[in-house]
Design a protein around this ligand. Structure first.
Ligand SMILES: [Cu+2]
Length: 154
């Protein structure tokens, strides 16, 4: 008699079959639960689809901020600050370029409260970052009639 037909095997077979079925049911149960858990966030995201244009417009709002110039540019031309009055947000750097042959300075009217450059000549620049809120009046040391203002807002 072949071994696979012995009575022990045929008796045991249904029990083993049940065990195998139980293992399969548990396995598929876990797979199904995992599949549901994996698809749940996706399904929730899909249901939020109408609000996704809002998130893309958030990105559009962020983009100009990232592209924001490193410095606000101003000129010194014809013995004048141009523009003479600049309004910037706190933390903004202002960069002045001297277009005149004469050397000029950017000097805070109240020493120690704002820009204080050396003399700088034609096509040279001076940068100052305004980290405090307020109105900063400045002038040119050799030409006190040259006056400018930077207003720094929140
Ligand atoms: Cu000057």
């Amino acid at each position: 008699m072949p071994a696979y037909l012995n009575s022990q095997f045929t008796l045991r077979r249904p029990i083993e079959y049940n065990n195998v079925m139980k293992k399969y049911l548990i396995f598929f149960g876990i797979v199904a639960a995992a599949a549901i858990l994996m698809f749940l966030p996706y399904a929730l995201r899909q249901s939020n689809a109408p609000s996704s244009p809002a998130s893309s417009s958030d990105a559009e709002i962020k983009e100009p901020a990232a592209v924001q110039p490193a410095a606000v540019k101003a000129d010194i031309s014809g013995f004048k600050f141009a523009p003479a009055k600049i309004t910037v947000k706190k933390g903004t750097t202002v960069e002045w370029t001297n277009q005149d042959s004469a050397a000029h300075t950017i000097t805070a009217d109240i020493a120690g409260t704002g820009p204080d450059s050396e003399l700088f000549g034609k096509n040279e620049t001076y940068r100052y970052t305004f980290n405090d809120i307020g109105v900063f009046n400045y002038h040119c040391k050799p030409h006190p009639s040259m006056k400018g203002t930077v207003e720094v807002t929140e």
